[in-house]
Design a binder for this molecule. Structure first.
Ligand code: ADP
Ligand code: MG
Ligand code: ZN
Length: 501
């Protein structure tokens, strides 16, 4: 058993009887500024390769960078949202290393003087709150992208040739690094996932990034080590790079716990290295060895002025922060009169914003929750897509509920309206009209149908005549069946009782 070969994993729960995991999460956030960090080039995703480039981001001799003020502002707002201190004075630093997609042969980053440091934030897992300490949030620039052509894996090994696209080189990034996270071992993978999910909401709420893991505007490196239960000193960590979904963050942590436990059980050492995550089976494999003493020859960037954010500016930016997500959840839960369970389910389903928007569009809170967590969650599940990507808006959901409240349709017909709206047949009203879904409350039609039901079920009719009102249900059912669910059930009941009372 070695770190390069395949290992027999230790069962997760069993591993935790002997070892305690320690984690550290590094998250990169790509800012959504219009121009790059140190030049005026555009940042749009998916542009023609090497069209968003200039002498500065290509690292041509003599080109001079200028700091993007909006990026600094975003960095400070992120720092404040994470309860960090904001440096009174800080500098950029050159991190020197060679990589083909990094044209300057150094990355302009921050080292011992990050713009934000010493923060904290809180995440919820199954109703329990965990405090995560933030070591720092610093500014840096992204690298370009290599494309390896030919070969089976898309990796450089076995490729015929490689291409490089510098459009991404110089896009502003904020790297957020946690202090070590020690939580009950069986919760560790879920806490890692909840943290990244929380950062998505928190930073998305600031409007400074698209925070899309699938497009790489939010990326996470998962550091994890094990130590024998009861020992204080940390073990050697591995760093699983660029994990690109919330689920994968959880899986990567879980896999490393099981894999490292197997190595430690066998008396082997953990190699401090980066690792790749594999989505197909949730495993990790070795990348490159990486020691703590890695010498990047950091030195202060001579071409950029230091940043001294005035306290007044920092306070102005603090005043622009939206309500923190946890406070907002507490406020909404009270406003909506949701139970803890209602709220947890809503948040857990990723439906909080959708439910909120549906309520804002006029639906009652419980109705909004019912549709998103029931009917719509089921359809999203079946299609294996995110709830938020369904082809229906909160306004349309509220519109369907309004039709129910107005007695135009009932819950059962509403499901057909959902079908129509999701199929792109138009607004709820248009679907009702085109599919002929409106409830029939016209007395003439209903009365005739009731008469037919009474004729067809004489024994039931006799029971009702004898005062057994509960038997009316059978006749209502018969009318509903005949009218394909479109009868106004309350009116049908009244008619039956009038006729047989
Ligand atoms: P690097 O340059 O290797 O990425 P960073 O300081 O940027 O180092 O990030 C290291 C991350 O790993 C931090 O979140 C830190 O808290 C965490 N970490 C440090 N030591 C350990 C350890 N022994 N086990 C788990 N995590 C660790
Ligand atoms: Mg790092
Ligand atoms: Zn440029």
């Amino acid at each position: 058993m070695t770190s390069t070969g395949t290992v027999t994993l230790v069962d997760f729960d069993e591993a935790l009887t002997r070892y305690e995991p320690v984690m550290g999460l590094e998250v990169h956030i790509e800012l959504n500024t219009e121009s790059k960090m140190f030049c005026g080039c555009a940042t749009n995703f998916g542009a023609e390769p090497n069209s968003n480039v200039c002498p500065v981001c290509l690292g041509l001799p003599g080109a001079l960078p200028v700091v993007n003020g909006t990026a600094v502002e975003s960095a400070i707002r992120i720092g404040l949202a994470l309860n960090c201190e904001i440096a009174e004075w800080c500098r950029f630093a050159r991190k020197n290393y060679f990589y083909p997609d990094m044209p300057k042969n150094f990355q302009t980053s921050q080292y011992d003087e990050p713009i934000a440091f010493n923060g904290w934030t809180e995440v919820d897992v199954d109703g329990e709150t965990f405090r995560i300490e933030i070591e720092r949030a610093h500014m840096e620039e992204d690298t370009g992208k290599s494309l390896h052509v030919g070969g089976a894996t898309g990796r450089i090994h076995g490729a015929d040739y490689s291409l490089v696209d510098f459009n991404r080189a110089g896009i502003p990034l904020i790297e957020i690094v946690t202090k070590t996270i020690v939580v009950p071992g069986h919760k560790a993978p879920a806490v890692a996932r909840a943290y990244v999910n929380h950062l998505r909401d928190l930073i998305g709420g600031l409007g400074v990034s698209d925070v899309r893991m699938d497009q790489g505007s939010l990326r996470c490196d998962v550091n994890l080590s094990l130590r024998p239960v009861g020992r204080e000193a940390f073990g050697t960590r591995t760093e699983t790079k660029n994990v690109n979904s919330f689920k994968s963050v959880e899986q990567a942590a879980r896999f490393e716990i099981q894999r490292q436990a197997a190595l430690l059980d066998a008396g082997e050492v953990i190699v401090q290295e980066t690792r790749h995550f594999h989505e197909k089976d949730g495993s990790t494999s070795p990348g490159r060895e990486k020691s703590d003493a890695e010498d990047y020859r950091y030195f202060p960037e001579p071409d950029l002025a230091p940043i001294a954010a005035s306290r007044q500016w920092v306070e102005e930016l603090r005043a622009t922060l939206p309500e923190p997500p946890a406070d907002r959840r507490r406020r909404l839960q009270a406003e909506w009169e949701f139970s803890d369970l209602d709220m947890r389910d809503t948040v857990g389903a990723g439906a909080l914003d959708l439910v909120a928007a549906t309520i804002d569009a006029g639906a009652a809170p419980q109705a909004a929750r019912k549709w998103w967590l029931g009917e719509l969650a089921r359809r999203a599940n079946e299609a294996e897509v995110d709830l938020s990507t369904l082809d229906i808006t909160p306004q349309q959901v509220a519109g369907i509920q309004a039709l129910i409240d107005a007695g135009k349709i009932n819950d059962k017909l509403a499901r057909d309206v959902f079908d129509g709206v999701l199929a792109g047949e138009g607004s709820p009203e248009e679907v009702v009209a085109a599919r002929g879904l409106e409830v029939v409350s016209d007395d003439g039609a209903l009365s005739a149908a009731v008469d037919r039901a009474i004729d067809a079920n004489p024994d039931v009719a006799d029971k009702i005549r004898d005062g057994k009102v509960a038997a009316a249900g059978a006749l209502i059912g018969a009318v509903m069946k005949e009218m394909r669910g479109q009868a106004d059930a309350a009116r049908v009941r009244e008619l039956i009782l009038e006729k047989l009372g």
